[in-house]
Structure formats: structure tokens, C-alpha cells
Design a protein around this ligand. Structure first.
Ligand SMILES: [Zn+2]
Length: 423
């Protein structure tokens, strides 16, 4: 008997995982974790690791990759399949999660090392056989460098898991492939409720604001950004629109940039990334940081939601002065410090809330498809049997599913964690 089981990341964003049961064997598509700095990271539903025939990591983000080492607690070593860039970036991000939340996790660096030693780097469009009559193929997902969507072909039936996809060209990535002849589609629906504003306009506005803050007011701009993807996009954006002042690159973004530079085949504007990274000043010591934080400069540093890392250190140095700015380039999850700074203009310090005097702004450089683009994906499907929506907020997904049912007549399902559907 063959079936799909939703193990995590259904009707929510976080700890994504989908299982494909083939008899007693199980193929996993992602096995993510939802880290938090206060509570234990949430993991997908537990499965028997001995059943796992192979696990695919679609991209390095922790909510897709973070719990994979948990599968390596026994002597069984299932292959971990991902693009070579995703494998290296996953190693970096999972290692960091273990450092921050290791005491809460049922695995550690030893299991991560076993995961890496059992990995199979796979390029796009190169099918690999995992079982009799079952192949896995990776396609470009356009989300972050190295990211993939997956096609699992079983007995001639095609299951396409989009994972996180973007249909807009960015500096590092190109628009996702659409597998229009898929029979069963599992599609992300992060932004099933809205479209993103024009990307180029947002990029220009970001650089114009940074120019104004540094040139007219002599202030410092902090741009909190995820280490993988967004930091490098911002570096190139600042260069492309001629930001004149120093650009500072700090923290784990430096390591992620080096990993990406070592994989030119996965970076669409590799030369631009190379130039932008050479132009940036890489912080190496506290002394340098103290010097540059007082200069009119643009500082790109993780964490993107100010939950830790160097962006937090810079924030405390600059938030009080109105000539400075904090420029967000990604969605801020409620409950994070980034959300507070952006929406309430306060920071918490020693249990007290202190107002932020620096200018605060937000620019939408999303790496997810917007609502119209998600509809475009669905409209290109030739004759899908079923479409499952995952990776979104429940009320929005239910509304979107209703809309699609009415407009396109598709058999669309919003599954819950734990539900199984026969193939
Ligand atoms: Zn992602």
C-alpha cells in the first residue's frame, strides 16, 4: 500500500515534513524543526527511523532541515539527499541550532556528522532511484540558493512537493520550475492571502533610505538579515543601486557567503555576489565593530528577527539615536524582538520596554511566491488528481482553498498533521 502522511508543517509554518509510505518503507521529504530561544524546538511527528529509505532536504532553512539528525540515532544510515549547496548550508544552520538549543534537542553534533557522512549530493534534473519503481528528482525552487522542489515518481505516478518556492527572479536565484504534469501536488501557501509589491521598487527604496540616513543625517543603518540568502541579496542590492558608504557584513552571514561563493553553479549572479562581498567590510573583531557602528554605514548582520547574533549587539548600540535606522527586509514573526521593534517601536531591556528613537522601516524582499503566483502554478497543472496545501496559516489557507475550488474546480485539500492519504 502507498500513501502520503503529513508529519509536520501542515496548517502552520514550521517543522515541515511529509512522508511517502511504500509498504513498510518510508521516504521523507524534509524533516524540519521550529526553533525558539525560550522553549524546546518543535519537531515533526516521530517515526520509526529504521523504516526510512531516504530523506530529502529541499533547502537549508531549519524549518525544513533541522530535525534530520534525529533520524541518525540508530545504526541505520538512510541517505540524505539534497543539492550540494543545501547540504553545506544545512550543516551550518543545524550546527548553529544545536549550539543555541542543544540542551533541548534529542540529538547533537555526532548525529549531524552521521547525517552529513550519509549524504548524497544531487544536482537538479538528475533522477535517483530509491526503491523499485521509485525515483526522486530535484527541480529549481527559486527560494534560496540551492533550494529544490522534489518529484517522487512511484509506479508511474508523479508527486510534486514544491517546498518553499519563489516565482520572481532575485539576484541569487531564478524563478522556480513548474512541474505541470504532476498527478499529486503538495504546494506551499505561505502568502496565499496577498501579493508582494514590485521587487525592484522595494530594492530601490531600501537603498534610497539607506543613502538618506547615512548621507543626510550621518547615521548608521542596521539591516538585520537571515545569514543564508537574504544577507547576500542585500549586499548585492546595495552595490547595484550604488550605496556610497561602507557596507558591513557580520556574523554567520560571512560563512554562508563563502559557502555560496564555492558553489557558482547554484548562484545566478555569482560575479555580482563576488564583487559585492569583496566590496563589503567583513568584521573580525569587537574593536572593528565599535569603530564602524559609529560611522555612516549599512550593517548587514543576522539574526534577521533580532533573536540573537550580531544584529542584536548593533541594535543596542544604535536604537536610541534618531539619526540612525533599523531597516527590516523580512517578515517578523509575532513574539520576536524584531516584531516588537517594527510594530511597537520598543525594545525589551532588563524586563523593561524602552522606546526606539531610530527610524524603523520595512522592505518586502520576500523569497516566497505571492497569491497570484501560487494561482499561476495551479493554473499550469495539466490534470492534477489532488492538490494539498501546506506551510501557511490555517485561516488563510482554508480561504484560499475555497477560492481555488470555486475558480478552478481543483480537488484541493488542506491536511492536518497526522493525516494519511492513499495514493
Ligand atoms: Zn524556506
Amino acid at each position: 500500500m502507498k500513501s502520503i502522511v503529513f508529519l509536520g508543517g501542515a496548517r502552520k509554518i514550521g517543522n515541515s515534513s511529509i512522508g511517502i509510505n511504500i509498504g513498510n518503507d518510508l521516504i521523507l521529504l524534509d524533516y524540519g524543526a521550529s526553533p525558539s530561544n525560550r522553549t524546546p524546538p518543535e519537531l515533526p511527528a516521530r517515526i520509526d527511523p529504521l523504516r526510512v529509505l531516504g530523506v530529502v532536504i529541499t533547502h537549508a532553512h531549519i524549518d525544513h532541515s533541522g530535525a534530520v539528525p534525529w533520524l541518525f540515532r540508530t545504526a541505520h544510515r538512510p541517505p540524505t539527499i539534497a543539492t550540494p549547496l543545501t547540504l553545506e548550508l544545512s550543516d551550518l544552520l543545524i550546527r548553529d541550532m544545536i549550539k543555541l538549543s542543544g540542551k533541548y534537542l534529542p540529538f547533537g553534533v555526532a548525529e549531524l556528522q552521521l547525517m552529513m557522512s550519509s549524504s548524497i549530493p544531487l544536482k537538479y534534473y538528475s533522477p535517483i532511484k530509491l526503491h523499485d519503481n521509485c525515483t526522486i528528482t530535484l527541480y529549481n525552487a527559486g527560494h534560496i540558493p540551492g533550494s529544490a522542489s522534489v518529484v517522487v515518481e512511484i509506479d508511474g505516478k508523479k508527486i510534486w512537493y514544491t517546498s518553499d518556492i519563489n516565482l520572481t527572479d532575485a539576484w541569487l536565484t531564478t524563478a522556480a520550475d513548474i512541474v505541470s504534469d504532476a498527478d499529486i501536488v503538495i504546494m506551499e501557501a505561505t502568502y496565499s492571502y496577498k501579493d508582494h509589491p514590485d521587487r525592484r521598487t522595494q530594492e530601490k527604496l531600501l537603498v534610497e533610505t539607506a543613502k538618506k540616513i547615512t548621507k543626510e543625517y550621518g547615521g548608521t543603518c542596521l539591516i538585520p538579515a537571515f545569514s543564508v540568502g537574504r544577507s547576500q541579496e542585500v549586499l548585492i542590492t546595495l552595490m547595484a543601486y550604488n550605496f556610497p558608504g561602507p557596507v558591513i557584513l557580520d556574523g554567520m552571514s560571512q560563512i554562508a557567503t563563502n559557502i555560496m561563493l564555492a558553489h557558482p553553479e547554484f548562484i545566478s549572479n555569482w560575479h555580482a555576489l563576488k564583487r559585492a562581498s569583496e566590496r563589503a567590510k567583513w568584521m573580525r573583531s569587537k574593536k572593528e565593530r565599535k569603530k564602524y557602528v559609529k560611522k555612516p554605514s549599512a550593517i548587514v548582520a543576522p539574526a534577521g528577527m533580532l533573536l540573537g547574533g550580531w544584529s542584536r549587539w548593533y541594535l543596542e548600540k544604535i536604537f536610541n539615536n534618531e539619526k540612525n535606522a533599523i531597516l527590516f527586509v523580512s517578515y517578523q514573526v509575532p513574539g520576536t524582538l524584531g516584531y516588537k521593534v517594527l510594530n511597537k517601536r520598543v525594545i525589551s531591556y532588563d524586563g523593561k520596554e524602552i522606546p526606539v528613537n531610530a527610524h524603523v522601516d520595512y522592505f518586502d524582499l520576500s523569497s516566497h511566491a505571492g497569491k497570484t503566483q501560487l494561482k499561476q502554478v495551479l493554473s499550469k497543472l495539466e490534470s492534477p488528481e489532488k492538490v494539498f496545501l501546506v506551510h501557511g496559516e490555517e485561516p488563510y489557507m482554508l480561504k484560499f482553498a475555497e477560492e481555488i475550488r470555486e475558480e478552478m474546480g481543483l480537488n484541493i485539500i488542506v491536511p492536518r498533521v497526522g493525516e494519511t492519504y492513499l495514493l
